[in-house]
Design a protein. Structure first.
Length: 254
């Protein structure tokens, strides 16, 4: 089961545990939402950039870095609650690693490739500024998404006490993981063709912004898995129910 209870019926720890999972999920959801919102504003109106990372150079660049930094920090601070030590250690290693990778993605931007709607412009070339570190961005982003998929597939379906697969939401978690793995597989095939075959077969995918599209799909699936684990759906239902009750009470004559 997903429900976690602490000794002496003190659920403050469980609530904090759920909140940090919601925070991680919301940070993930905010990234594609922020990018897509720029389709309606500023210089990037109506333009989809090659990847999520290219939005670093837009007017929302500071917000983009801030969200990634918060995501990385939350992932590093997150502590597994599995009772079995080996599961707890494994999940902590993965969340810490993905947090560090998120910080690398935030602070080492992708190559801007001379976009025409950028708010930030470098006075020097990308290679002069970042040197060899610039090559860390793409693999860090890819491995980070891969780790997200592993966590959703391997650890989210497990019972925190027994370590066995018995979560009622296991199919949702594993569906999210499959979506992440599928999106990454498409990107691997696309970049393999682009780098080693000069885009001989798949260059047409650039027209539909395949990298941006697959990144959004993977990040959204990651967000759904963490929000579900943090019982965000239950919270939303409770808020809607309270609002409906208040509206009903106001309409009822005294």
């Amino acid at each position: 089961m997903d429900q976690i209870t602490f000794p002496n019926n003190d659920n403050s720890g469980a609530q904090a545990y759920a909140r940090i999972r919601k925070a991680i999920g919301l940070c993930g959801a905010a990234i594609p939402f922020l990018c897509l919102s720029l389709l309606l504003t500023c210089k990037c109106r109506g333009k989809v950039l090659p990847s999520i990372s290219h939005y670093y150079y837009t007017i929302a660049g500071d917000a983009f870095v801030g969200i990634l930094f918060a995501l990385g920090l939350f992932l590093i601070l997150y502590k597994s609650v599995f009772k079995k030590q080996h599961l707890r250690r494994q999940e902590n290693i993965l969340t810490n690693a993905s947090g560090v990778l998120a910080l690398i993605v935030a602070f080492i931007p992708t190559n801007p490739e001379n976009g025409d709607c950028y708010h930030i412009q470098f006075t020097k070339s990308y290679s002069e500024i970042f040197g060899a570190m610039g090559s860390l961005h793409l693999p860090s982003a890819g491995i980070m998404l891969l780790v997200f998929g592993i966590i959703a597939w391997r650890y989210f379906p497990l019972n925190w006490e027994t370590g066995i697969v018995d979560s009622p939401n296991k199919n949702i978690y594993r569906a999210c993981a499959k979506i992440i793995f599928g999106a990454l597989a498409i990107l691997v095939v696309y970049f393999t063709d682009k780098v080693y075959l000069d885009g001989r077969y798949l260059s047409w995918l650039e027209k539909i912004r395949i990298v941006f599209l697959m990144e959004c799909v993977a990040v959204f699936a990651f967000s759904v898995s963490w929000l579900k684990k943090g019982k965000m759906a239950t919270v939303v239902k409770e808020v809607v129910h309270k609002v409906k009750n208040r509206l009903t009470s106001k309409k009822t004559p005294s």
